[in-house]
Design a protein around this ligand. Structure first.
Ligand code: HEM
Length: 142
């Protein structure tokens, strides 16, 4: 079980590294002058590769979590509100990942209308989600 939990934590950390950096690229893309096509293409290539890599890391992170829950039975049964709250927040993380993919498609189609300031605030969301999820799973407050 401890091997599975260790791998779960490693893939979760790697997944979040991508979720932290991808919006950073969006901040830069939103600031690229319209005539700087080479810079725009370079940033788009970075974002595409990073999104693909981040998605490949999310799958084992989630599967290992499900293994801990459904396989080893951790968090099952009454008195495990922490896991239910955690799963709701994990759905929000998956939703955030999905929104990043849509925002990238908008940049690729040159249809982005949001400012770099908007993306800086957008970039803070995974920080808050990670903070609350880790407190829920380590402290288990309810
Ligand atoms: C399908 C999604 C997920 C499920 C079902 C799940 C389930 C679990 C379970 C059952 C444990 C073991 C808890 C224990 O031994 O006390 C665990 C550990 C952990 N999970 Fe997840 N998890 C999921 C996604 C995530 C995500 C997205 C994060 C981070 C944002 C995360 C962070 C952690 C951490 C840090 C631990 C180690 C806690 C400890 O050792 O005390 N998990 N997870």
């Amino acid at each position: 079980m401890l091997w599975v939990k260790s791998l779960h934590i490693v893939f979760v950390i790697s997944w979040f590294a991508g979720l932290f950096y991808l919006p950073r690229i969006f901040v830069n893309l939103a600031m690229v002058p319209a005539q700087s096509l080479a810079e725009r293409d370079r940033l788009l290539l970075m974002a595409r590769k990073l999104l693909r890599f981040t998605t490949m890391l999310a799958v084992p992170a989630l599967l290992l979590g499900l293994w801990l829950w459904l396989g080893f039975g951790i968090g099952r049964g009454p008195g495990n509100g922490w896991l239910h709250a955690k799963l709701v927040l994990v759905l929000l993380v998956i939703g955030y990942h999905h929104v990043c993919a849509r925002l990238l498609r908008q940049f690729e189609a040159n249809r982005n209308t949001r400012s770099h300031v908007w993306f800086r605030w957008f970039n803070e969301i995974p920080v808050l989600l990670l903070l609350v999820i880790v407190v829920l799973v380590v402290v288990k407050p309810f």
